[in-house]
Design a protein around this ligand. Structure first.
Ligand code: FAD
Length: 394
């Protein structure tokens, strides 16, 4: 019998598993995805098709853009600059492989057992694993942590196909599309749009909302909107995709922009309108654990209605961010080991890895104002500066 069975090996699941094992709990981590050699593909969305490959490409594309546009003012002239996309993609894949195999090493070092297959919670103490060959095994455990993550949302007006892709497809184009449409100006859409724009695509971002980056402070979203435009991203706000048709070498997209119908052709279209939790069929209905809009319902400590079944990461409420899931994983492992732990959800940082980077923590100015919690930061900074000057002059 295990003390803890974790379903899913993304940043929520693998961190929870390692922490639980470090606290002396006998731990198993189940992962359904397999690599080319038929072994469990650890690391989840973040390491395989999310944070890590996107940041690798953001880094490479930034260097290319700098070399192409911003070096001559430094007196550095490059006669013939060439893009070798194949090598860029290989570097990204190597980084991903290094990090995902690093997790196997961490599991070994910390004595976390791992199993390849699809996990399903049958009862409070039994997890069923369906293996790749179709056989099943029932595993007994004192606690279950569900960390099954999320997947990209597909919209009826832009169904995934040859030229209409999700974020995963956008991380492995074999050539730079001359024209690229991005549906959604969220963090993922802006980052992927930036990558391909820096590499030479003419990028149009189509966003249904009227406001740009509404989760950031207004001043910041206003400035960053200008900066993205300067960098070549044509961002169309208040615009909703109504239809898309795949052609042989392109996709024709229709969208309504402030009531006006616009038709555009793109070589590729990335749909980045959000992600939906992987919660269907993970828990037996007999357990009656509530699931709302796909999210497994948990309390502040990530505990479901059944006290020894926990859920963490993208599959539960809160921002879909790797570090938020990892923090929840640590909290749950510690609580299972009867230690006091909690996550401060008011202090989860968010970052857009654009250039310059945009980051914020907690609530924005508008939210604080609406709660009458705003403090005059500029007054406080002025006072601080005066005090510092006084100290220097002493
Ligand atoms: P996941 O990482 O999705 O992992 C879930 C795992 O569970 C998967 O491996 C899946 O195969 C497995 N699984 C699912 N169902 C079962 C089952 N029944 N049995 C067994 N295994 C199962 N976040 C950041 O914080 N910073 C970033 O810079 C960032 N960039 C991103 C860029 C992109 C392009 C994308 C798509 C996402 C990005 N994110 C980023 C979000 C981040 O990837 C997720 O928030 C994070 O991966 C969620 O972790 P998780 O462990 O909850 O789920």
């Amino acid at each position: 019998m295990f003390d803890v069975v974790v379903i899913g090996s993304g940043p929520a699941g693998y961190v929870a598993a390692i922490k639980a094992a470090q606290l002396g709990l006998k731990t198993l981590c189940i992962e359904e995805s397999t690599d080319n050699n038929g072994k469990a593909n650890l690391g989840g969305t973040c390491l395989n098709v999310g944070c890590i490959p996107s940041k690798a490409l953001l880094d490479s594309s930034h260097r290319y853009y700098e070399a192409n546009n911003n070096l001559s003012e430094h007196g550095i002239e490059i006669n013939k600059l060439e893009l070798d996309l194949n090598s860029m993609m290989k570097r990204k894949d190597n980084i991903v492989n290094k990090l995902t195999s690093g997790i196997s090493g961490l599991f070994l070092a910390n004595k976390v057992e791992s199993m390849n297959g699809r996990g399903r919670v049958l009862s409070a103490n039994i997890v069923e694993v369906t293996k790749v060959d179709g056989s099943t095994e029932e595993i007994e455990t004192k606690n279950v942590i569900i960390a099954t993550g999320s997947k990209p949302i597909e919209i009826p007006s832009a169904v995934f196909g040859k030229h209409v892709v999700d974020s995963t497809g956008a991380l492995s184009f074999s050539k730079v599309p001359k024209t690229l449409g991005v549906v959604g100006a969220g963090i993922i859409g802006l980052e992927l749009g930036s990558v391909w724009s820096r590499l030479g695509s003419k990028v149009t971002v189509i966003e249904a909302l009227d406001d740009f980056l509404p989760m950031a402070d207004k001043d910041i979203s206003k400035e960053s909107f200008k900066e993205f435009k300067n960098q070549g991203l044509d961002i169309q706000l208040s615009s909703k995709v109504t239809k898309s048709i795949e052609n042989k070498d392109s996709v024709s997209v229709t969208y309504l922009s402030n009531g006006k119908e616009i038709n555009k052709k793109f070589e590729k279209l990335i749909v980045a309108v959000g992600r939906t939790p992987n919660s269907s069929e993970v828990i037996s209905e007999e357990l009656h654990i509530p699931i709302k809009n796909g999210f497994i319902e948990v309390n502040d400590h990530c505990q479901t209605k059944v006290s020894n079944i926990w859920a963490i990461g993208d599959v539960v409420r809160g921002p879909m961010l790797a570090h938020k899931g990892s923090e929840e994983g640590i909290m749950v492992a510690e609580r299972i080991a009867e230690k006091h732990a909690q996550v401060n959800y008011d202090l989860v940082p968010s970052v857009v890895y654009s250039h310059p980077e945009i980051a914020w923590v907690g609530q924005n100015e508008e939210e604080l104002k609406s709660k009458k919690l705003i403090i005059r930061l500029e007054n406080f900074l002025l006072l601080l500066a005066e005090e510092l000057l006084l100290l220097i002059n002493l």
